[in-house]
Design a binder for this molecule. Structure first.
Ligand code: SAM
Length: 292
């Protein structure tokens, strides 16, 4: 069960979700028709311990990331959202934006992986131990960021805008914000606070990309809760509560946006939604919103 001031590292609590999604990206990127690839994901997973190496090397049959009713869908979900947000970053760069903020960056390696124009600053916000694991793992493998990368160690439930500004962020410059895999780990009130902060720090021309999830039906929660596995751990970590829909929230403040359900997005890439059984992934939607 979550508390208002709980903490974690890369292998515990909410931090472990960063490792889990990195593992899904590593596996999902192996498909011949993968819409994106993130070679750094595999480095993180290998650094996390032998049980994770076993997963990558096919010695973990029955692992949740491999099951047909969840794992295969989840791999596709992660690698498809990678593509969506990579394209968002490319469009922001093409529009002249040179300031990027990745909220709850986890093991997002875009500062190392994407073709940033010269002079691009990437601010990565997450808990200190998560950011350290990323930096140390990539440094040990000889990788360097290809943008001007700033680690901003914060708890997003606290006064992170001040820490961000103190780290060099310029509120007068247009910014591209990324909120990927975060909102369900925040209470609805903390989400609204996050949106307030983003809007308050966004110069005209800024944009934000968001992954959000519709409410998980009670029967799905009940089915997952009893399992004593990673699904039940996850249900205990999220706030499955009614919350503001992001395009509405920003539209009320003059921003214009669009959103697409993940399954429609996967089809728009010429792919078929993967897996069998209940499509939890069908609740996910991807959003891009621009401040005029
Ligand atoms: N955005 C990354 C990605 O898509 O690969 C990571 C997503 S991971 C599912 C969730 C991340 O949110 C974790 O890295 C966790 O540490 C971070 N997170 C959740 N709540 C947070 C908070 N209150 N403050 C800072 N980071 C938080």
């Amino acid at each position: 069960m979550r508390t208002d001031n709980d903490s974690w590292d890369i292998k515990t609590g909410v931090g472990s979700t960063a490792l889990f999604v990195a593992a899904a990206r590593a596996l999902g990127g192996r498909a011949v028709d993968a819409p994106a690839r993130d070679p750094f994901a595999e480095l993180f997973v290998r650094a996390a311990g032998p049980e994770w190496v076993d997963l990558l090397e096919g010695r973990a049959p029955g692992h949740p990331l491999l099951t047909p009713d969840f794992g295969v869908q989840f791999q596709q979900h992660q690698i498809a959202r990678t593509r969506y947000f990579d394209d968002f970053m490319a469009a922001a760069a093409a529009a002249g934006i040179r300031q990027i903020v990745i909220l709850a960056a986890g093991l997002d390696a875009r500062a190392y992986r994407l073709a940033w124009p010269d002079g691009t600053a990437v601010y990565e916000l997450d808990r200190q131990q998560v950011l350290e694991f990323k930096r140390e793992t990539l440094a040990a493998a000889g990788h360097k960021p290809v943008a001007d990368r700033h680690e901003v160690a914060v708890d997003l439930r606290e006064d992170w805008p001040k820490v961000l500004r103190d780290s060099g962020f310029d509120p007068e410059a247009p910014t591209a914000w990324l909120v990927e895999g975060l909102l369900i780990y925040l209470t609805p009130a903390a989400q609204d606070q996050l949106f307030d902060a983003i809007a308050g720090l966004s110069a005209p021309g800024s944009r934000v990309a968001i992954e959000q999830m519709d409410l998980l039906p009670a029967e799905a929660v009940a089915a997952m809760s009893g399992g004593g596995d990673s699904g039940s751990d996850w249900v205990r970590m999220i706030y499955n509560e009614p919350r503001t829909e992001s395009t509405d929230w920003f539209a009320a403040r003059g921003w214009t946006g669009e959103r697409i359900y993940l399954t429609d997005y996967i089809e728009s890439l010429g792919l078929t939604p993967a897996g069998e059984g209940p499509q939890q992934q069908s609740l996910i939607n991807l959003v891009t919103i621009v401040r005029p």
